[in-house]
Each structure stands twice: as C-alpha cells, then as structure tokens.
Design a protein around this ligand. Sequence first.
Ligand code: DQA
Length: 155
Amino acid sequence: MHVTLLSGPNLDLLGQREPEVYGTDRLSDHVRRARAVAEAHGWRLDHVQTNDEGALIDAVHDARGRSDALVVNAGALTHTSWSLHDALAAFDGVVVELHLSNPAAREPFRHTSVVAPVADGLVAGMGGLGYELAIEAAVRLVAARAHDGPGKEEP
Ligand code: DQA
C-alpha cells in the first residue's frame, strides 16, 4: 500500500517561516515522522514539495493508480486553486487535507478551502502531530473502504 504526501508553496521554509505559527521543525522532520507511521503499517510513503501549482497538480495525477491515499497540505493553494480541486476530484483513493495551523481560526481568506469538498477529512491545528495523525487517518480510511466499500468510511 502506498500514500503520497503533498506539500505546497512555502512549506519548504518550515522551521524558518513564521515559527510562532508553524513551529520550528523543518518539513523534513515532519516527513520523517509521517513516513515512520506509514511504515509501521507496512505502507510506503512518497513526498513531493513544490512551490508550483502546476507541479502540485501533476503530482496528484502521478498518484492516480499508484497511491491508495493522498495527504495534502497545499499551503495557500488550499484557499485558491480550483485546478487542484479538480485534480483531487479525479483521484479515486482517500484524500486527507492537512494543515499545521487551524485556518478556521486565522484570517478570513483562510476560512475557505477548495480542497475540503474533495477531501474525505481534515486534520488541522495540531502542529507537527498532524502529519502523523493524517497518515494514520489515511491508512485507516483506506482499510475501512476496503472492508465496507466506498461511502461507509467509519474509521
Ligand atoms: C497552512 C495554512 C495555510 O493557510 C497557509 O497558507 C500555509 C500553511 C498550514 O499548514 O497551516 O502555507 O496550510
């Protein structure tokens, strides 16, 4: 089984960028812990970080037929990218939206997510722990789907 973790714009700056909001861990620290959770379940994890909207969409396309789940922290593209929304809508597996911060408790422009309507669920506001929780959720949602079929996604 396979999960792709996608990181959008500016997440490459984690550790330096607004540490009071996003913490001091680097993206590589989050990916390492996410991978450990995936591997504990016998899953493989690929990670893609890009500052480019088109490359993020290409990464969603690449995951089609290859990944059982996507965990997506799209950065600010979460709030704007209908192209990303459409790409995720064309992905058959489980989609978990992920944020370090809680966008709902921040500026109004962060209150809209175009990822949310095509995600199975959301992990937000948990800081770095969210990376581990999101992988755990993805693994369990895929297992539940395999057991119950689509539409009955009780973890
Ligand atoms: C973020 C929240 C977004 O609003 C913001 O643009 C980011 C990071 C988060 O992980 O909290 O870049 O996705």
